[in-house]
Design a protein around this ligand. Sequence first.
Ligand SMILES: [Zn+2]
Ligand SMILES: [Zn+2]
Length: 282
Amino acid sequence: MTAFQFDTFAIEGQSIAGVETNIRVPQLNLNLDIGRCPAAALRLDHLAVSHGHPDHLAGLPYYVVTRQFYGMKPPTIFLPHFLIDPIQRLLALWSEIQGFELQADLVGVEAGQRYPFRRDLLLEPLAVQHSIDAFGYVVYTRRQKLRPEFQGLPQSDIVALKRSGAELVYEQLTPILGFTGDTQIEGVLAHSAFLECEVLVIEATFLDERRDGPERARAGGHIHLDELVEHSARFANKALVLIHFSQAYAPEEIPGIVAAKCPSAFAERLRLLLRKRTRRQR
Ligand SMILES: [Zn+2]
Ligand SMILES: [Zn+2]
């Protein structure tokens, strides 16, 4: 299984345009999208869904029912608010089909709001630009920090200030992970959190002219590699994980295309989530 190790978490998963996307971050106990439901996705208690295309969503009922079958707790599923009603109806239908009620904690999210999903983690949906309404997500760590004006004071002063009711701490938010879902490039460039988070998982559906140039990529609500190169100076991320490549590209040719187009300082920060070749394709 492909996995990329970063400072405090690893990213693994699979993502092929039109087939399936499921990005997993085990240390954050988080799935991002669930086109199919691989076994490894079942172990993670949270799922954030970007949009309603089946290659990002169709594994949801399987994820819910299989966890229930194994006696695991109901998952918490963050969905764009406009998907709550159809997904509730979908789960009700599956409950009817199989004869018992499916249990999931569905949270309808609004762009720009922040949702705690662990004591030290927040999830922020951001509106992106795709062929249908879609969100990306940014995960923040939250830490209590002593306000600068109180730093360096003796402990006895801090205790006295605390007794007097002073606001001693503030919450420091650090964007550690971004996930664009499916979007054209403007949906990414519009949000500084995507450009500044430590690791950005970003779709790059089209890579060269053979399949579709940037104009066609934009028309479909997707990103072309040429656009990433054009705007590469804006990405301050430590690393970018490129996902959602079109099936038109064989996995073994993708690193060469990316290396030929990207300046080396940018290419060094890129990781490529490539699909595995099946035996039949060899
Ligand atoms: Zn997609
Ligand atoms: Zn899509």
